[in-house]
Design a protein around this ligand. Structure first.
Ligand SMILES: [Zn+2]
Length: 239
């Protein structure tokens, strides 16, 4: 197996123009990316608030795009970190690890609420990805118990029924400032050279990648390079 999971993260009405731009980049390459939907981005952008957004999502799902729940609000407001959480999140996110601190009950509650909101819009989520890939093992158990097929962190994809772990590197960029932007462009090349042989590779595209010209160019180059040696697969096909 030599396949590629391709997703767009941070799908919210708040970032809709950039999400649509990235969708078109994928579409022009024959790729149907999975969409990681945030029901209430930063507590200010409910997915139900714009009717056009809901119909855009349903149209993409009808074209075969997988829908994944991606947190509830995405940021950590209202969920203070312990020192251990600080250590686990060090260098990984700018306070966008909503599930970093959550125990089973809190994680399960947010996942159930999010799944219900997506279903109420006519969408059928296949899995859950915690913001910044940060969560305790309890979150993955909550995803399984909520009846979703997959969850993931930055090292693996977890299939829940029956249980199976797919080790899988994530190719991703960061357009947050020049240092991160050029650093992430270099990292993409390193993954290309050293992780090309992994059975499942993920490409995670973010609206923020378009914020810096270096990352905006690199996501297109990266997509072309990876698609030249692998074909797109889908979470629902992972067993
Ligand atoms: Zn995210």
């Amino acid at each position: 197996m030599s396949e590629l999971l391709i997703t767009i993260h941070d799908v919210t009405p708040a970032l809709a123009p950039r999400v649509e731009t990235i969708w078109r980049l994928c579409e022009s390459r024959g790729v149907v990316p999975g969409l990681l939907v945030v029901p209430d981005w930063h507590g200010v952008a409910a997915i139900e608030s714009e009717a056009g957004f809901g119909s855009w999502l349903r149209a993409r799902a009808a074209e075969g795009a997988e829908i994944l729940l991606h947190g509830e609000r995405h940021d950590e407001v209202g969920s203070p970190r312990t020192r251990r959480d600080e250590l686990r999140a060090f260098g990984k996110t700018n306070m966008e690890g909503e599930f970093l601190t959550l125990d089973y009950a809190a994680a399960r509650e947010r996942i159930d609420r999010g799944v219900a909101r997506l279903r109420a819009m006519g969408l059928d989520p296949v899995g859950f990805v915690p913001p910044a890939w940060l969560a305790k093992p309890a979150t993955h158990a909550a995803v399984r118990d909520a009846g979703l097929h997959v969850s993931e962190d930055d090292g693996a994809v977890y299939v829940h029924a029956p249980e199976r772990t797919w080790r899988s590197p994530v190719v991703r960029w960061s357009g947050r400032g020049a240092v991160r932007a050029y650093g992430s462009v270099a990292f993409e090349r390193l993954r290309w050279w050293f992780q090309r042989g992994e059975p499942v590779v993920r490409i995670a595209l973010h609206p923020g990648d378009l914020a810096h010209p270096a990352t905006a160019a690199s996501i297109e180059r990266g997509l072309d390079a990876w698609l030249s040696v692998r074909k797109q697969t889908f979470y629902r096909a992972l067993k």
